[in-house]
Design a binder for this molecule. Structure first.
Ligand SMILES: Cc1cc2nc3c(=O)[nH]c(=O)nc-3n(C[C@H](O)[C@H](O)[C@H](O)COP(=O)(O)OP(=O)(O)OC[C@H]3O[C@@H](n4cnc5c(N)ncnc54)[C@H](O)[C@@H]3O)c2cc1C
Length: 473
């Protein structure tokens, strides 16, 4: 017997899963997840990613079994695994992943072509494959988000033996306070955000003290597809349409700020989709060589281990080690500190944070990292002062004490803030003045730049202030 094989990747759910629905319409389904050795050995992988994925798979398997056919988990290189399966037709969502999954997808497509195996991939979110131009991208995003949610199939014929979800012999997961994966947890997180936690979202997102509960906390669920972006966008829009006049007036602003971030999610991922090499290379090549000769291993170690002598930076790193999550502004501050204060090239710090983030999403991660490091050539350079951030976001020192204790024997700052920032400004300024930098920047805007320019963004970028909004990128 041959099967309709549904290959689950970063779409670990049964609701709003078009490949599953289309496959189920055509014949007996073999739901497949492949544990790829290349994933487990890649430098951006962390055991906490597997913990999240494993919990998601357990939940997925439970839902699939209720329908009649549990999950099949195989270990191996994707083409080797697929070659062994009796496939009538292969179904999947498109993935905007790292270089390894990009290359693997190319190998799978080549194999499918050569073996005449029908292989259908559906768009996973607002990211457009083989995009010709950014013009009209937002309209397309809106159209995708408005598409009807597809319900999980009612029944799957039991046709193949489910394998259960394996334990892997990999290093221990050290993030004891991380969010737990699964479609149910994802839905509960969405519900609690829209029914209460989110009411002051736009006011609570900047401080790590308030964002922990005031932010949606949906990032790992979106990263591994426990929820689709469309499910979240539609739920938020339904909520917005139902705001009761008796409810706090802040809801409206909270929900539009949230909606904007779902848009940014795909906007940033589109950049990696269009130019996968930005995982390794500067968006603007004029910045090549700017930081490389200045690499300082000791400073990198101090940054990673949370002993820079700047309590707010160090506390953020400590929180990340335990929870795998921190809010946007603190991520930006951590990167700004590594890139400007310590003048470290972004690649190794990006890998370190990729391993720390349970919500690691390559498309957002590398685009954001380069933006916060000043290597896109087109953004306002935002250098965060860790001292000012602490005054603004943790004036009583509550957050710092929570993660660093009472600061006895606390190290002195490894660099002087004012001197480091002045030097970084001079260095960046020198590259910006180079002939060719402007022309390259215009090219980056043309290929990757947002076509939107909101008043809030204009104001923030004119003032070069730290902001929770990305600038024109
Ligand atoms: C250097 C750096 C690296 C980052 N790496 C990642 C990453 O690997 N994975 C990841 O999911 N987010 C990343 N972000 C974006 C952002 O910090 C997180 O999405 C957010 O903190 C997650 O918390 P939340 O779900 O409560 O966010 P909310 O504020 O509730 O936002 C809702 C969702 O919108 C998306 N989103 C929010 N802010 C942004 C943004 N600025 N750009 C793009 N999408 C956004 C996320 O999917 C998020 O879950 C990064 C930011 C920076 C500065």
């Amino acid at each position: 017997m041959k099967y309709q094989v549904v290959w689950f990747k970063r779409d670990l759910r049964v609701e709003d899963h078009r490949p599953l629905v289309e496959a189920a319409r055509r014949g007996p389904v073999l739901p497949l997840f492949i544990v790829e050795p290349e994933w487990l050995s890649s430098p951006d992988f962390d055991p906490s990613h597997w913990t999240f994925v494993r919990a998601s798979l357990v939940e997925l398997d439970r839902r699939l079994r209720e329908m009649g056919q549990g999950l099949v988990v195989r270990y191996g290189e994707a083409v080797d695994v697929l070659r062994e399966l009796p496939i009538e037709q292969l179904w999947a969502h498109e993935e905007t992943g790292n270089w390894a999954t990009y290359q693997r997808d190319r190998r799978v497509r080549k194999w499918a072509r050569e073996t005449n195996t029908p292989f259908t991939e559906f768009a996973a979110n607002g990211v457009v494959r083989r995009l010709k131009s950014r013009d009209g991208w937002s309209r397309n995003w809106e159209a995708r988000m408005a598409e009807a949610i597809v319900e999980a199939p009612g029944r799957l014929d039991a046709s193949v033996e489910a394998t259960g979800i394996p334990e892997l012999a990999i290093a221990a997961d050290r993030r004891s306070l991380a969010q737990r994966g699964g479609e149910r947890q994802a839905q509960e997180t969405l519900d609690s955000f829209l029914s209460g936690r989110g009411v002051r979202y736009h006011m609570e997102m900047s401080s790590p003290l308030t964002a922990e509960s005031g932010g949606s906390r949906l990032s790992p669920y979106l990263a591994y597809g426990n929820l689709s972006t469309r499910q979240v966008a539609q739920a938020a829009r339904r909520r917005r349409a139902m705001i009761d006049p008796a409810e706090p007036a802040t809801w409206k602003r909270a929900l539009s700020a949230f909606d904007a971030r779902l848009h940014w999610r795909c906007h940033f991922m589109q950049k990696l989709e269009d130019e996968p090499q930005v995982e390794f290379e500067n968006f603007a090549r004029a910045y090549d060589g700017m930081r490389e000769p200045h690499w300082n291993e000791e400073w990198f170690a101090a940054w990673k281990e949370g002993r820079t002598g700047y309590p707010f930076v160090d506390a953020c790193m400590k929180m990340l080690e335990q929870t795998g999550w921190i809010n946007f502004r603190m991520r930006a501050m951590l990167v700004s500190f590594a890139s400007y204060h310590l003048w470290l090239h972004w690649r190794e710090p990006a890998l370190h944070l990729a391993r720390l983030f349970v919500d690691y999403e390559p498309g957002i991660h590398y685009s954001q990292f380069q933006m916060q490091s000043g290597t896109t050539g087109i953004n306002t350079v935002r250098m965060y002062s860790p001292i000012k951030q602490q005054q603004d976001q943790d004036p009583e020192g509550v957050f710092v004490r929570e993660w660093l204790g009472d600061l006895t024997d606390y190290p002195a700052p490894i660099v002087d803030h004012k001197e480091a920032i002045a030097l970084a400004r001079a260095r960046i300024g020198a590259v910006r003045k180079l002939s060719g930098s402007r022309a390259e920047a215009r090219q980056v805007v043309k290929q990757h730049g947002s076509r939107k320019r909101t008043p809030a963004r204009k104001k923030a970028s004119a003032k070069k202030k730290p902001s929770d909004q990305p600038s024109l990128f």
